[in-house]
Design a protein around this ligand. Structure first.
Ligand code: NAD
Length: 426
């Protein structure tokens, strides 16, 4: 059953995030002419696992956490997808994100299916010991789901290389073998890849440069605002600035700032490093609200924080000409239509933030071969791969006379449909 509500401007809004993904899939499927069989298969995640994780907290009391993992598709290879620690993690969100991973891996031309996982928790309120126990309990509970050639987790919001190292350790302990390729986004000492940490931000930079070329925007006179200053946002800010794009807006969940002369990006990065990872108190610009940042006068807007921040109301006020989706699902379906009608080019999440999973794939390949690459080699392969994916999505958008988002879905559907057809059915 689909749950929809009508908004003030007459568009429909989906109560479920997974339903919103399916609604977009349906639109792309219709334009492309996807077979009903493939559509039916892609509408249902292959596997959904929910676990309860009892953890002894530092105060000696037991708390029970909800953990999730959804494998959406393994048609094109073992499933791949991050693990998110946040209070709003739930099965609907994990299902939606897992489907996006299937499409993202197909768009990036990787031999992977899609998955996603998460734990409903607030990592900022937990000690390192509590987080280690929780992560290892999750790895144990999911040890049947994960596998080097089965399902390969990675970091997402609220997790990073530390959590991936714990996951790897527990999984290796249970299986009794050293299999570094079961997790990507690991520390380099444990088999991680050079270039992985900055990869999603690097992909955002490549997507921005490619979109600028296609739309005739001069990067040397262009300005950009970036929402989010975590893994994706901070590297995107640094790398865009390294290409002489002037950064005029930065923000995180604690504060947002504007500086039309352009931020001293290195100073902002240093400030956050020495200020518990947050921008609050930064004095390099004028403090504004996060909504003002999204609607500010910049040529490029990079939402790189959380989902659903570009609503219909915000979309009506957006001044940027290009939106590069660093975050997963930052734009609602209603906003999408408004942006399209306004002629704003949106480089969708399943293309724009594919740099992370691309270098995760390189990490997995390096783990399997036991031969490790230099950072320059990783970056060169990443850039070539992102450029190729961008070109392919652009081509599909042009060929089907549609948006880049639907062009990206079509590019994924073509591969997934072919895979489904070759595999056959029961
Ligand atoms: P992160 O936890 O490192 O950083 C998130 C950032 O968003 C932080 O700076 C936080 O303060 C900010 N933020 C949170 N709520 C906010 C709000 N309401 N307003 C403004 N800022 C807010 O997470 P990340 O890894 O950078 O992921 C960000 C997004 O990118 C997520 O949607 C994630 O799924 C997506 N993504 C991440 C990767 C990756 O490799 N890390 C890959 C693909 C997609």
């Amino acid at each position: 059953m689909t749950t929809k509500t009508m908004t003030a401007n007459g568009t429909t809004q989906h109560a479920s995030m997974f339903e919103a993904v399916l609604a977009r899939l349906d639109v792309a499927a219709k334009i492309y002419g996807l077979s009903p069989e493939a559509s039916l298969i892609l509408r249902s995640p292959e596997k959904q696992v929910r676990v309860s994780l009892p953890i002894v907290m530092d105060n000696g009391k037991v708390e029970v956490f909800d953990g999730y993992r959804t494998v959406h598709s393994t048609v094109l290879g073992p499933s791949k997808g991050g693990i998110r620690y946040a209070m709003d993690v739930n099965s609907d969100e994990v299902n939606a994100l897992s489907a996006w991973m299937s499409f993202k891996c197909a768009v990036a031309n990787l031999p992977y299916g899609g998955a996603k996982g998460g734990i409903k928790c607030d990592p900022k309120k937990m000690s390192a010991g509590e987080l280690e126990r929780l992560t290892k309990a999750y790895a144990a509970a999911m040890s049947d789901v994960f596998g080097v050639n089965k399902d390969i987790p990675a970091p997402d919001m609220g997790t990073g290389k530390k959590e991936m190292a714990w996951l790897l350790t527990e999984y290796n302990k249970i299986t009794g073998e050293h299999a570094p390729g079961v997790v990507t986004g690991k520390p380099i000492t444990l088999g991680g890849s050079r270039g992985r940490e900055a990869a999603t931000g690097r992909g955002v930079m490549i997507a921005t440069l490619e979109a600028m070329k296609k739309t005739g925007m001069n990067r040397k006179s262009a300005t950009a605002a970036v929402q989010g200053f975590g893994n994706v946002g901070s590297h995107a800010v640094r790398l865009l600035a390294s290409k002489e794009i002037k950064i005029v807006g930065i923000s995180d969940h604690t504060a947002a700032f504007w500086n039309e002369k352009g931020f001293d990006v290195e100073a902002a990065l240093r400030y956050v490093q020495n200020n518990n990872g947050v921008l609050k108190g930064f004095t390099g610009g004028t403090e504004i609200s996060n909504d003002e940042l999204l609607c500010g006068k910049a040529d490029v807007l990079v939402p790189a924080a959380i989902q659903n921040v570009i609503t219909a109301e915000i979309a009506n006020k957006i001044q940027a000409k290009l939106i590069i989706e660093g975050a997963n699902g930052p734009t609602t379906a209603e906003a999408d239509k408004i942006l399209h009608d306004k002629g704003i080019v949106v480089v969708p999440d399943i293309l724009a933030n594919g740099g992370g999973v691309t270098v995760s794939y390189f990490e997995w390949v390096q783990n399997k071969s036991g031969h490790y690459w230099s950072e320059d080699e990783v970056n060169a392969r990443h850039d070539a791969s992102m450029e190729k994916a961008f070109e392919n999505v652009w081509y599909n958008a042009q060929q089907y006379k549609t948006s880049m988002r639907l062009g990206a879905y079509i590019s994924a559907l073509k591969k997934l449909e072919k895979g489904i057809r070759y595999r056959g059915n029961y």
